[in-house]
Each structure stands twice: as structure tokens, then as C-alpha cells.
Design a protein around this ligand. Structure first.
Ligand code: RB5
Length: 161
């Protein structure tokens, strides 16, 4: 699977460990997002990854930071991104099967490396279910702002008024 990854300063160690695991599992990993600094800002770092997911450049994304919360909130502003902060395998699987989560955010200050790898395996191994879950996903889409692609191919968000 084509997977985009990024991390802020709070998730560097966990990112390195999980990326090794992803490669060993046969996934293609794309590093998206700027180089980190000790005082970097996750809303700016998650944006290129969220855009790549929304454009279909990668199939799924994973973001690493301290808690996982901030980048999920930020990335969910982008139409087509369904981000979730997850701390266990069950939620990772359920999040894909029911909500078609396409950006997983993990908190290095909360979960250990082994658990993170198990969560990632559950996330990447799951597939969205149809039926009532598809109906609910369509209801979510109906609330979303719509993506608008400009002439130069860059992404813009247009809110219906
Ligand atoms: C950065 O210190 C921290 O706020 C960030 O990594 C993350 O936890 C935000 O959700």
C-alpha cells in the first residue's frame, strides 16, 4: 500500500520505528511534510500529508506527534480527509471499517512502539464496510466543505454558503 507519513518534533522516535516496520511489511512509504525543528507546528506539518491524501497521491496516511490530537483536528478541515487519533487496535480497525479513516494519528507520549505497530497493522489491514456504514459516510460527506481544484492544480477549500 502507498502510505504517506509525517511527524512533528513530538513523534520522531515513534515515526522511525513504525517506518521500519512498514517497510519490512512491504509497504511503500512516502515522507511528506517539512523537516522538523524543536519548535515546529503540527498544523503546518500535517497539511502536505492531508493534501496528498485528499488528492489520492497516497492511499492512507499516518502522522506521529506527542498526543495525536492536534493533527487530527487540523487535518479534518481538509475535505476528503478522515483523520482519527487512535490508541488501540480495535479502534484502528473499527475506524476504517465504519468511517473509512484514511489518516491515523499516533501519540508518542501515550503509546509504546509495539502497540503502535499493532495499531498500524490493524489500520492497514482493515477495509471499509458497506451498508449502513456507507450511508453514514455519505452523511458525513454531505457536511464537508467541498474541495476545489484550481487551474494550477493546487487544492483550495470552498465552503458552501
Ligand atoms: C507538541 O509539543 C505537541 O503539542 C504535539 O506533538 C501534539 O501532541 C499535538 O497534538
Amino acid at each position: 500500500m502507498k502510505i504517506g507519513i509525517a511527524a512533528d518534533h513530538g513523534g520522531q522516535r515513534l515515526k522511525a520505528s513504525v517506518v521500519e516496520h512498514l517497510k519490512a511489511s512491504g509497504h511503500t512509504v512516502f515522507a511528506l511534510g517539512p523537516e522538523t525543528t524543536p519548535d515546529d507546528d503540527y498544523p503546518l506539518i500535517v497539511r502536505p500529508l492531508a493534501d496528498a491524501i485528499a488528492h489520492g497521491d497516497v492511499e492512507r496516511g499516518i502522522f506521529f506527534c506527542g498526543s495525536g490530537i492536534g493533527p487530527a483536528v487540523a487535518a479534518n478541515k481538509i475535505a476528503g480527509v478522515r483523520a482519527a487519533m487512535v490508541e488501540n487496535e480495535w479502534s484502528a480497525r473499527d475506524g476504517v471499517e465504519h468511517v473509512d479513516v484514511n489518516l491515523l494519528t499516533l501519540g508518542e507520549r501515550v503509546i509504546g512502539e509495539s502497540l503502535a505497530k499493532s495499531i498500524v497493522d490493524a489500520y492497514l489491514g482493515a477495509r471499509p464496510e458497506g451498508g449502513r456504514h456507507e450511508r453514514r459516510r455519505k452523511q458525513i460527506e454531505a457536511i464537508e466543505p467541498r474541495p476545489m481544484t484550481t487551474a494550477d492544480g493546487s487544492s483550495r477549500i470552498r465552503r458552501d454558503v
